[in-house]
Design a protein around this ligand. Structure first.
Ligand code: SF4
Length: 397
């Protein structure tokens, strides 16, 4: 079923959801513009969010506006986080009117929200059939359903971390992942990625970000890098790269680019050190073996500000033996890194359950005793299925 049955609606729109340029109309809706049932119109306005300073400079030049306007717009978008061009009050009325003819801010309000008993919040966002965005096309409601993505805000004593999505669905096909089960519905634009940071209620309180939501970020490299540029640039959010972690299963060519071009932290989904076993649950192993991923990572310095960590979901009887622990120790020898052990939340049609706590603790102790810093990650938002890597999917069943 569509997420709307389980999510709380946001806003006061008379339709199920109205965002800046897209409306979801309930079946039988009577909107004049959307007279055809179950069809959604995508308009032609261009979103300003997701653009970097160079693009904004080009844009203002094309519109005949003074060059300094670009920096003013960036401030309104990424510092003051306005939702409308009309709110950019240090731009002249004429400039605002001119911009509004062609452009919109383009923040997508959330369509639904679930709040866990531990304070974790899961937001649902529509992304507008990413591969069709900007075209004057109509798309079916079903198509938009499959393009919904989620972001999770995880509060802690001294931080608020946003776990963001980078693709609608995913084409990596990891067997233990609900997102992978959905298939791939499109890359998210930089605008859709940045929009998550602005649209959540905690936007001004966020301290950290992890690209660990739906999708493989290194499979959508350019848009993710653009979003990180906006988050870290002084004309943008001005976050330190230390506040951002990108998680990957090891898309090797783009991992090299990421390590060369970006100072943010890296997390690698490892899950099994034995190649044939890893391949049985992670098809990526066939294309880019974890041994080659680790060999590449070992060429970079992680003794300074930038950190690398490994994610290891514990599957009973599959990857939780002493032999697996010893293989991990051998594999990561000489690398300054951390290991996060994660309890598995069972999903349908996958043969393994989570390892018992005592096995997880023994596994952790064995790694720690070898000098590999290892922690068991606390589960957050379990009651709303908010664990990273577990996003979406369930609400559509
Ligand atoms: S675990 Fe990550 S890479 Fe694998 S299918 Fe799920 S979202 Fe994609």
């Amino acid at each position: 079923m569509l997420a709307k049955q389980k999510y709380r609606k946001s806003g006061t729109s008379p339709t199920f959801l109205v965002q800046n340029n897209i409306s979801f109309v309930p079946r039988g809706g009577t909107s004049e513009i959307m007279s055809e049932k179950n069809l959604i119109f995508v308009n032609m306005k261009i979103r300003l969010i997701g653009k970097n300073l160079d693009e904004l400079k080009k844009l203002v030049a094309e519109e005949g506006l003074p060059g300094f306007t670009a920096k003013q717009i960036a401030q309104w978008l990424y510092v003051k986080k306005v939702r409308s061009i009309d709110d950019m009050t240090n731009l002249s009325k004429a400039a605002r009117a001119r911009l509004s003819e062609k452009y919109e801010v383009g923040v997508t309000p959330y369509a639904g929200l679930q709040i866990s008993s531990d304070g974790t919040k899961k937001y649902l966002f529509p992304v507008s059939c990413p591969h069709k965005r900007g075209l004057n096309v109509r798309v079916s409601e079903d198509e938009l359903e499959t393009s919904a993505i989620e972001a999770v805000m995880i509060p802690d004593a001294d931080r608020a971390t946003l776990c963001v999505s980078s693709q609608a669905g995913c084409r990596m096909g990891c067997r233990f992942c609900m997102t992978g089960r959905q298939g791939f519905h499109g890359h998210m634009s930089a605008a859709d990625i940045i929009s998550q940071f602005i649209a959540v209620d905690e936007s001004d309180k966020l301290t950290n970000a992890v690209f660990m939501g739906m999708g493989e970020p290194l499979d959508n490299y350019d848009n993710v890098m653009r979003a990180i540029e906006i988050l870290t640039a002084d004309w943008g959010f001005a976050w330190s790269p230390k506040r951002i972690t990108l998680s990957t299963i090891g898309v090797l060519p783009n991992l090299k680019r990421y390590l060369d071009e970006c100072k943010c932290h890296l997390a690698v989904s490892l899950h099994n050190p034995l190649p044939h076993e890893r391949l049985s649950v992670m098809p990526v192993q066939g294309a880019w073996p974890i041994e080659e991923v680790i060999a590449l990572i070992k060429q970079y310095d992680f003794t300074g500000q930038r950190r690398v960590s490994f994610e290891y979901t514990m599957f009973a009887g599959f990857n939780d033996t002493k032999a697996h622990a010893d293989a991990l120790i051998r594999m990561l020898k000489g690398l300054e890194c951390r290991m996060n052990l994660i309890r598995f939340h069972k999903i349908p049609d996958f043969p393994y359950e989570t390892s018992p706590d005592v096995i997880i603790e023994n596994f952790r102790n064995r790694l720690n005793n070898s000098g590999l810093t290892t922690t068991i990650r606390a589960s957050r938002g379990e009651d709303i299925l908010a664990a990273c890597g577990m996003l979406a999917g369930q609400h559509r069943e």
